[in-house]
Design a protein around this ligand. Structure first.
Ligand code: C5P
Length: 224
């Protein structure tokens, strides 16, 4: 039997993946998996429990035990940990860096695999992450890798912060992005890279509409 459709979208933070995935899922009525949020929540839960972010045994236990759920609200998807809304707390720069530390641990990734695969349900899933097309859903029917230069991604993050009325220190953001890229691209397990057969889109000079157009054309060309 055919397995439910998966559109796997991978790429670094700030490439526009989140927005692309939300738009693709909404326009086609598909489920959405924000896999980064899972790593963010795990790091957040670990910090709250006083665990060190390199204590792999304890993190694996926490990964299995944590009561994580997503709830679709009018203003977007909220992330709940044990019923408590932690959506804001997990979106800080620090939470992103902490997520990339726990995400570098092989047994932690293994412990989170099934949780991610469980999102594959009819009528289909748009999966947003770093290893959706390579590891979590290697048999995804559609694979896309969205990239952009570190400078453009830092600029976009600054614009988001400014829009939220928050301060932006461009040089610090750029350094954080480079540190996270370095860790994500060079880790031994599930490094960030395009899956074989993925359509690679460089969004450095493209707006979201153009990215969406290219992605939708690719999905359509594959017959979905
Ligand atoms: O996508 P987001 O910025 O929320 O992800 C936070 C961190 O989680 C990433 O920097 C990456 O280290 C890790 N991650 C991962 N694999 C995924 C999704 C996120 O390693 N599929």
């Amino acid at each position: 039997m055919d397995r439910p459709l998966v559109i796997a979208v991978d790429g670094p933070s700030g490439s526009g993946k989140g927005e692309l995935c939300r738009r693709l899922a909404a326009s086609r009525g598909l489920h959405l998996l924000d896999s980064g949020a899972i790593y963010r929540v795990l790091a957040f839960a670990a910090r709250e429990a006083g665990l060190a972010l390199f204590d792999e045994d304890s993190l694996v236990q926490e990964a299995a035990a944590m009561a994580l759920s997503f709830s679709a609200e009018a203003d977007g998807v909220h992330v709940l940990l044990g019923g408590r809304d932690v959506s804001r707390e997990i979106r800080t720069e620090e939470a992103g860096l902490n997520a990339s530390k726990v995400a570098a641990l092989p047994r932690v990734r293994q412990a989170l695999l099934q949780r991610q695969r469980d999102f594959r349900r009819e009528p289909g899933l748009v999966a947003d992450g770093r290893d959706m097309g390579t590891v979590v859903f290697p048999d995804a029917q559609v694979k896309i890798f969205l990239d952009a230069s570190a400078e453009v991604r830092a600029q976009r993050r600054c614009s988001q912060l400014a829009a939220a009325g928050r301060e932006c220190r461009y040089e610090e953001i750029l350094a954080d992005i480079r540190a996270r890229d370095e860790r994500d691209r060079n880790r031994p397990v599930a490094p960030l890279r395009p899956a074989p057969g993925a359509l690679v889109i460089d969004s450095s000079a493209l707006g979201i509409e153009q990215v969406l157009e290219k992605a939708a054309a690719h999905v359509g060309a594959l017959g979905f």
